[in-house]
Design a protein around this ligand. Structure first.
Ligand code: ATP
Ligand code: MG
Length: 461
């Protein structure tokens, strides 16, 4: 079968040519080949070669490329060609895996086919060379065409070797909207529990990768076993009956709907903090559950409890600190009431600013997106809340245009004014007066203008 493949960039062709003219076979492998066959050649180029890494280093250096030793234990050096990094790795196979993740050893080999056979999925196990064409020993091109994620070789053996592949399979299926080939799929659930042996930051990276596809909700709905093993705290949400007139779904089904709701309300452009917040916003509902005399369910305190729990989950997976802070602030505020009235808007902005200093305005809009998504995941009677939130968003934009202050730094007067007008010494007292002025603006409707605040300083409270 002839396959159309995008043209290899000149800098990558130059690296292949340098290795081959020194007598070492070399191929482009992995993601670039896969994406080039799909018609998008924007992926980084990875090269594999028969050359031992010391030879790759010598040859590429002699050809004028900068070369860095980025992973020589696994045979990898990185050449910089036309300002672009290209990983060059010696053909290798992985030794046995005793910890379900790291090969205990790698063995360098001379046949590229052996190298391809250690790769996870057929669509990732193709090699390409501009003259020799596509080397596709496992039917990767056919699977790309059919839209299938299939392991190279027996799925059970491959997932047993490295359980992270379970999550990688879900990520690649989500990314391309592919299906999992039947026996690959069957083995996913069987090996998902082995994710417990995988380094947590690797799980975090794969989950971030699934979020980036915009199809996390699909993963939650269709690969529940895998997702609840990736984040065990999600398991108690499954079949958790909320006993609430606001909900028709169990807590897990609601969560999946809120996750997809965020993609809808942001047209697929949700930021990582909002995405994590949708996934974890109700994570503490089971432990916060109580029933009133009528048998109706309540979840008092679940936003605060949930924020603390989400922080622990995200931190253990090494999610960047600023994403954790923002996601947890959103979770904490997700039930915070907000109306289009100025006072409510200012309160919300102030809470957002307190939790994420300097980002209050942006966080408030993300909070409205979370609330919209949350409403979409509730009973039909709650959905009209979305249009109310449109009004809130419009009012919030007006409020921010009017430059409402969020902190004493935003006030139209400063500490020197307080010292001069009140005859105070510099120190805590000055800050307290400024806080009082801020409260007067936010709560009391005093305009944030120099005239109004100076008047208050001179004559008022
Ligand atoms: P992405 O665009 O997501 O980076 P990629 O194909 O480059 O896609 P990487 O995770 O960067 O994926 O890995 C590069 C290649 O290494 C893969 O295409 C695959 O051939 C191989 N590979 C990576 N991780 C594994 C694994 N856990 N088991 C087997 N092969 C793997
Ligand atoms: Mg990659």
């Amino acid at each position: 079968m002839a396959h159309r493949i995008s043209e290899l960039p000149s800098y990558a062709a130059a690296v292949l040519a340098a290795l081959e003219s020194a007598g070492f076979e070399a191929w482009v492998v992995g993601g670039w080949v896969r994406d080039a066959l799909l018609g998008s050649a924007s992926h980084d180029v990875d090269v594999c070669t028969a050359a031992p890494w010391q030879e790759s280093e010598r040859v590429l250096h002699a050809a004028g490329f900068a070369v860095h030793r980025t992973g020589t234990a696994h045979g990898t050096v990185t050449a910089v060609a036309e300002g672009r990094p290209i990983e060059v790795t010696t053909y290798r196979v992985d030794g046995s895996y005793s910890d379900a993740r790291h090969p205990d050893s790698v063995r360098f080999v001379s046949d590229v086919r052996e190298d391809l056979s250690r790769r996870d999925f057929t669509i990732n196990a193709m090699a390409y060379h501009p003259e020799r064409g596509l080397l596709d020993a496992f039917g990767g091109a056919g699977d790309l065409e059919a839209g299938l994620v299939r392991t190279v070789g027996d799925p059970r053996a491959r997932f047993e070797e490295d359980a992270l592949r379970v999550l990688r399979a879900v990520r690649f299926a989500a990314r391309y909207g592919f299906e999992l080939e039947a026996s690959t799929h069957e083995s996913l659930a069987a090996f998902a529990s082995r994710l417990a042996h995988i380094a947590r930051e690797r799980i975090g990276q794969e989950l971030a990768g699934i979020f980036a596809t915009g199809r996390m909700a699909w993963a939650l709905r269709c690969e529940r076993e895998v997702m609840t093993c990736a984040i065990p705290e999600l398991a108690p949400l499954v079949n958790f009956d909320q006993n609430s007139p606001y909900h028709t779904l169990d807590a897990y089904g609601h969560t999946a709907r809120v996750v997809s709701g965020a993609e809808c309300v942001t047209a697929g452009c949700a930021g990582p903090a909002l995405r994590w917040a949708t996934l974890l916003h109700d994570i503490a509902k089971p432990e916060a559950y109580s029933e009133d005399a009528s048998g109706r369910g309540h979840f008092f305190g679940h936003p605060e409890l949930g924020a603390a729990k989400a922080a622990a989950i995200m931190r253990r997976m090494a999610i960047p600190a600023e994403i954790v802070r923002e996601a947890c602030a959103l979770i904490r505020l997700h039930d915070h009431p907000v109306t289009p009235r100025a006072r409510s808007l200012r309160r919300t902005l102030l809470r957002c600013e307190e939790l994420c200093p300097g980002r209050g305005g942006a966080l408030a809009f993300e909070l409205l997106d979370l609330k919209r998504a949350d409403a979409l995941g509730k009973a039909p009677r709650c959905r009209s809340y979305c249009s109310e939130l449109d009004e809130v968003a419009a009012a919030l934009r007006r409020e921010l245009r009017a430059a409402a202050p969020l902190s004493v730094r935003d006030l139209a007067v400063n500490g020197s004014d307080v010292i001069r007008e009140r005859g105070l010494e510099p120190g805590r007292g000055v800050g307290m007066v400024l806080e009082g002025l801020l409260a007067a603006v936010i709560e009391g409707g005093i305009p944030n203008t120099r005239d109004a605040l100076m008047e208050l300083l001179r004559f008022g409270g």
